[in-house]
Design a protein around this ligand. Structure first.
Ligand SMILES: Cc1cc2nc3c(=O)[nH]c(=O)nc-3n(C[C@H](O)[C@H](O)[C@H](O)COP(=O)(O)OP(=O)(O)OC[C@H]3O[C@@H](n4cnc5c(N)ncnc54)[C@H](O)[C@@H]3O)c2cc1C
Length: 454
């Protein structure tokens, strides 16, 4: 324990839900702790700010809990600092009793098909980051003048992308969608969105609420070919399971769409199943998405999509790939490249068979990109239990905490953003939004955020 301040010094890297839930669990413990939370952006809250869809404001409510945690006297927020680049892992290790990585899964998985990088082919991450005002994606350009779009993937992120593309702009205008995205969507000429799953309707990953929203959009009609809903015996077994309530409800919704026919003047969302992209085709940009038809093989609840020899092309000028996320390696730390996460046993970081003392991980970087915001709470409690039991078992040792890092930070980070600075940025964003009838108008460039503070 640090003799000068009498607290265990803990660093948390990343200010998304898993970082804040880890902080909450530490603050609730009986051990005296001081927490420094490092965040690479000037703004906190990870994907709650930059992932959760702007027209789902209520789902951003955990931010109120996170702000309460952040106000604790034993907590410091240090934004605009990238761990692994601005601060080395060795320096962190020397300064803190424990370091918890909560960096999320910032990269997309690749499909691995020819033409994947053609102009007009984008990851969902880019598009989501763009409409949510994440500075990394501020200058991306999406050609919304195209008629037909394909979205590869049938999870809730794919549903978000589909909804933002098809929802009337006046409904988005009262959300905290970034101004540049609203302007571009107002000029959109998109008429048709194909949303494509590699497995069948009984395996689609949408939650029912998100799926229902796609069927109730003003000016948009959702369609399905009835033949797509024919189920194999094994799929019927899956669907009949009492544990499979979401799939049962989804199936009911899918069936209700079979009578829908495309209407003149209306946008169309068309659900496609049992199809995987085999190539993106086009000379200079995406012109067609080539799909291979799949069949399901394997036992109930473990069926996999196996490609057949049947192919089909969809003419489309824009493709969004939404097939999952993976973590980004942190220089100086081990990385499981195949799973895209920090290798760990119940939150203790490992290298091979060895636990790396003092290093922990939580959230999407620990378990992969699954679950909702709340899922990260139990995950972080498990990690913090490991931290606390190790701290209690260890021989007491001195850890100077932040002051040991200050020379490095002063050299490399021209403007650290503290909690009070974030509140200034927050107030300015809310004020910019108030004028337009929006919850906030986000700053989308780091320079704009820092300008508020100067
Ligand atoms: C598009 C999208 C929409 C979603 N919508 C919902 C929803 O509506 N409802 C819901 O319940 N869940 C939703 N989720 C899931 C939810 O956002 C995640 O469960 C949650 O954000 C994961 O938390 P995390 O802390 O692990 O990662 P993140 O939220 O990604 O936070 C990681 C943080 O670490 C920071 N960071 C990364 N590397 C470094 C570094 N080297 N140094 C310093 N900081 C670093 C990042 O900038 C980021 O702030 C959505 C996810 C996505 C992708």
């Amino acid at each position: 324990m640090d003799g000068t301040v009498g607290s265990f010094q803990v660093a948390i890297v990343g200010s998304g839900p898993s970082g804040f839930y880890a902080a909450e669990a530490l603050l609730r413990s009986t051990l005296p702790v001081h927490i420094d939370m490092f965040e690479r952006l000037p703004t906190p809250f990870g994907l709650v700010r930059s992932g959760v869809a702007p027209d789902h404001q209520k789902l951003k409510q955990p931010i109120q809990v996170f702000e309460r945690i952040a106000r604790a006297p034993e907590f410091s927020f240090l934004g605009n600092i990238t761990v692994g680049a601005d601060i080395t892992i060795d320096a962190l290790k020397a300064a803190y009793h424990a370091v918890i990585f909560a960096c999320g899964a910032q990269n997309d998985r690749r499909i691995g098909i020819p033409g994947e990088d053609l102009k007009g082919s984008h990851t969902a991450t880019e598009f989501v980051g763009w409409y949510n005002g994440h500075p990394d994606y501020r200058d991306r350009i999406f050609d919304l003048k195209q008629d037909v779009v394909a979205i590869v993937g049938q999870g809730n992120v794919a549903a978000d992308v589909c909804r933002i593309l098809t929802r009337p702009v006046d409904e988005l205008a009262i959300s905290d969608i970034a101004e540049h995205a609203l302007d571009a969507l107002a000029e959109s000429e998109i008429r048709e969105v194909h949303i494509i799953g590699r497995r069948g309707p009984a395996q689609a990953k949408f939650t029912t609420k998100e799926l229902r929203e796609l069927t109730q959009l003003t000016g948009t009609i959702a369609t399905i070919d009835a033949a797509e809903l024919e189920l194999s015996e094994i799929c019927r077994v899956e669907l009949a399971s009492p544990s499979n309530v979401t799939a049962q409800k989804n199936m009911g919704l899918f069936k209700s769409l079979t009578g829908n026919v495309p209407q003149r003047g209306a946008r169309r969302i068309h659900f496609r199943f049992l199809a995987s992209p085999s190539a993106l085709l086009g000379r200079d940009r995406v012109e067609q998405l080539s799909l291979v038809r799949n069949r399901l093989t394997g036992e109930a609840f473990a069926q996999i999509a196996t490609p057949t020899q049947q192919f089909e092309n969809i003419a489309c000028g824009l493709v969004f790939r939404s097939i999952g996320y993976k973590g980004v390696p942190i220089p100086g730390m081990p990385f499981d490249a195949s799973r895209g996460l920090l290798p760990n046993v119940n939150g203790r970081v490992t290298q091979g068979d060895t636990v790396l003392p003092g290093f922990y991980v939580t959230g999407w970087l620990k378990r992969g990109p699954s679950g909702i915001i709340g899922t990260n709470r139990a995950d972080s409690i498990e990690t913090v239990d490991a931290v606390l039991s190790d701290l209690m078992a260890e021989e007491p040792r001195a850890a100077p905490g932040l002051r040991a890092l200050l020379p490095m930070i002063e050299r490399r980070c021209p403007r650290v953003v503290h909690l009070s600075d974030w509140f200034d940025i927050d107030t300015a964003e809310v004020e910019r939004g108030r004028i337009k009838g929006k919850p906030r108008e986000k700053f989308t460039r780091i320079s704009e955020m820092l300008a508020v503070l100067s």
